[in-house]
Every structure is written in C-alpha cells, then in structure tokens.
Design a protein around this ligand. Structure first.
Ligand SMILES: Cc1ncc(COP(=O)(O)O)c(C=O)c1O
Length: 418
C-alpha cells in the first residue's frame, strides 16, 4: 500500500474538505479561519465565484495549449492585462509553474543578459526548494541540508534585520550596505556580479519588511556596477503588502526583473518573470520554455484574479485591514513579554517570540501556533528558528473577520501562555 512521503510535513492536523472565502472546512465540517491563505496564495479567498467560473469555462474550452507548440488566448490576454499593472518599461513576461521555477528563470536570464555568473542573495532569504533556488535560500537548514554541493556562483550578504541585531533600522541598513560593499570589493567582485536578488519583505526568513533605504542602496550599487536587480515578489506580489507590488513601498524604486507567483492565480499553479524587452533580448533565444508553463486554465484564473483584485479594491483593503490587524496584534502583545516584536506590511504580519534573554524562541512559537489551530485559527510560522508566527489572511478579508481573528488570537495567547 502506498503512503504519502513521511518527509512532507503539515503545519496543522486539519484535513481540508472545502473552502469558501476566508474559511476552510474540515471533513467533519468544522470551520477554520484561514489566516494562511495557502501560504499567501488564495488572495481572492477560497473559491471566489469569479475565479471558479473563469476556470470552469476554460476547462470546457481548452485545458492545455502547450505554449512552445501553439499560442492560446488566455495567455495573450493575461500578458496584455499584466502590462497594465507592471511598472513602466517592464514589458516582457515569461510564465512558469512555481515560484522556484520562476526564480531560476530570473537567474538564467540575468546571467545570460549580463554574461556574468555571480548572484548575491541576502541572509534569511527564501527563493525556493529546487536546486538552483535552494542555492539562493538561507531561511533555514532544512532547505539546504544534505543536498550539496549547491549551485555555484552565489554569494550571501547580510539582510538589515534590525530587531535581531538589536539596532535601529538606520544602523542595520548602514551595516548591511557596507558589508555588501566589502563583498563587491573582495569575495564577489562587482564586475562579476550578474544580479542581486531580494525580497521586498523577507518572507520565510521572518516577515521583516525590507527598509526603503536598503532597496535604494541596492539600486544605486546595481546601476553603478551594471548589475541587474531581481525583486522576488513571489509572496509580496499582487497587493499583499497594501501596494500592488511590494517594492512600491520604496518611492521611485524599480527593479530590473520581477518574479511573481503565489497570488497570481488564486491557487492555480502559475508564476512569471517580467523584465524590459531589452534585457530579455540579451538572453539566448529559446532558453525559456517548459511543458506546462502558462497553462490555459491557470491563465484564465489569473485573468479573473486580476479582475477581482481591481474591482473589489483588494490592494487598498489589504492596506486597511493590515493596519487593523497589526494594531490589534500589537495590543495583545503588550500582555505577553515572550512577544519581542510585531511587524509587517499590509496583510503580512509577523510576531516574533523570544526567551527571557531576547533569544529566538521557536518552541513557544510552535506551541502558540498549534494552540491557534486548535481554537480554529490557521496560522503559519517562519524565521530561521521557526520563532515567528505569521498571519497572511486573504486580501478579501473584512474588518469583522479581522476582529474574529484577533479575538481567537488573544484567547490563544492567554490559553497557551497563561
Ligand atoms: C519569496 C519566495 N520566493 C520563492 C518561493 C518559492 O515558491 P514555490 O514554493 O512556488 O516554488 C517562495 C515560496 O514560499 C517565496 O516566498
């Protein structure tokens, strides 16, 4: 008899039978408030009627129009629609199936377009589990352990994680940029660097918003040295942070390559990279492709997702509800000294647990996380030590549902911590 791999771990014991909006229902029809959104994927909520309708219609019309063999309408329409929301000048899009695959496509593009090899990633970053993406990832040993040698040509530089360093944001940014400068002058010579890859909010690494001054510092160095700047918006993209793209929190900042996935198609496997045509044209013709990329049903769902995001003002809703959520979480944190920091942007909220000495406390975070699931509130953890509990509600969440989540969270803390 076959069984599921024992290496695949679930964060909660819930067996999901169906989903509707912000709620998941288990096989006994018990309701859970889903503040995980499938790790930031179901932005329009579970089974949004417009997404369901678009996917159902497409399933009955064309499921697989393999895009290196033929072209299909949902893909062309999606490119056109994405052109309306991508930053000016970022006008060429290539579709893949997962965040990891898109990250690897961005590295492939950057290396070919610059004819350079090195990629600089930042400590605590998460860019995926496939071998190339894992080589850029330092959010936890489980992604890298036992699989080396890793892909070469990767250098790591500090991320300005001010709370963990015990510094102000300005000090952390100054430190991270001066370490980057040291790397560019020594271990990762600037003339050999193809790209910097950075998340607009450090995600799996602990939900730390990337300071604007850091992104500006990267942009300035990238321009000075002919390095491409890749924004890994897999988790932050499509409104989650309260702006359409996570990098837009940094005024005037535009990356060279955007990687997007999770929130793109409300749960259908679709990811993409976008870059100026002039950069795409420098890479090898035919070097982009894949069997399933730009699947017709996923593209139809993505078109419906974008429509819903815009029609229902979900970017603004993420900003408003995110502010409400973070304020409520900060309020309840006051009664619990094990919560060292509460931070976030939009509907990405992280709650960092620490011990009496201020060190990361993964055990307490895990206890609280499990207690929340038992209360009916689904959350996730993140951080190098699993010491951050994160809340990622779908972008359709209402003020009443935020209140419901905050009440469950306060009760969870009281029950689990006393
Ligand atoms: C920032 C970021 N990049 C890349 C990935 C990898 O995406 P996937 O799991 O779809 O391969 C993730 C997934 O969590 C992510 O958060």
């Amino acid at each position: 008899m076959a069984q599921l791999s024992p290496l695949l771990k679930q964060a909660t014991p819930v067996q999901a039978a169906r989903g509707e909006g912000v709620y998941l229902y288990d096989t006994d029809d018990r309701r859970f408030l889903d503040f995980t959104a499938g790790i930031g994927v179901t932005s329009t909520g579970h089974c949004h009627p417009a997404v369901v309708q678009a996917a159902q219609e497409q399933v009955a019309t064309l499921i697989h129009g393999q895009y290196t063999t033929v072209m299909h309408q949902p893909l062309l329409r999606l490119v056109e629609r994405m052109g309306e929301v991508l930053p000016d000048g970022i006008d060429s899009v290539f579709f893949t199936n997962s965040g990891s695959e898109a990250v690897e496509a961005s590295v492939r593009l950057a290396r070919q377009a610059t004819d350079r090899q090195l990629v600089v990633a930042f400590d605590g970053g998460f860019h995926g589990r496939t071998m190339g993406a894992a080589a850029l990832t330092t959010s936890g040993a489980k992604i890298r352990a036992g699989i080396g040698p890793m892909m070469g040509g990767v250098a790591f530089s500090p991320f300005p994680y001010a709370y963990r360093y015990g510094w102000s944001e300005e000090q952390a940014v100054a430190f991270a940029l001066s370490e980057l400068d040291r790397q560019l002058a020594s271990t990762a010579p600037a003339a050999d660097v193809a790209a910097f890859i950075v998340e607009p909010v450090l995600g799996e690494g602990g939900y730390v918003p990337t300071p604007a001054a850091f992104l500006q510092g990267l942009r300035e160095r990238a321009d000075r040295h002919g390095i491409l700047l890749i924004a890994d918006e897999v988790q932050t993209g499509y409104g989650r942070t309260g702006k359409f793209w996570g990098h837009q929190h940094t005024e005037g900042f535009v990356p060279d390559i955007i990687v997007t996935a999770k929130g793109l198609a409300s749960g259908f496997p679709l990811s993409a990279i976008a870059a100026p045509k002039a950069i795409m044209e420098k890479a090898w013709p035919g070097s982009q492709g894949g069997t399933y990329g730009g699947n017709a049903v996923a593209c139809a769902a993505a078109l419906a997702t974008l429509e819903v995001v815009q029609k229902e003002n979900l970017v603004e809703n993420a900003r408003v509800q995110g502010e409400k959520l973070i304020a409520g979480v900060r309020e309840s944190a006051q009664h619990h000294p094990v919560i060292g920091d509460v931070r976030g942007r939009g509907l990405m909220v992280g709650i960092e647990f620490v011990d009496a000495e201020g060190k990361p406390d993964g055990a307490t975070a895990a206890k609280v996380h499990a207690a929340a699931a038992a209360q009916g509130l689904l959350l996730l953890t993140c951080g190098v030590y699993g010491n951050v509990v994160r809340m990622i509600p779908p972008l359709v969440v209402t003020a009443e549902q935020i209140d419901e989540g905050l009440a469950l969270w306060a009760k969870t803390l009281d029950d689990a911590l006393g």
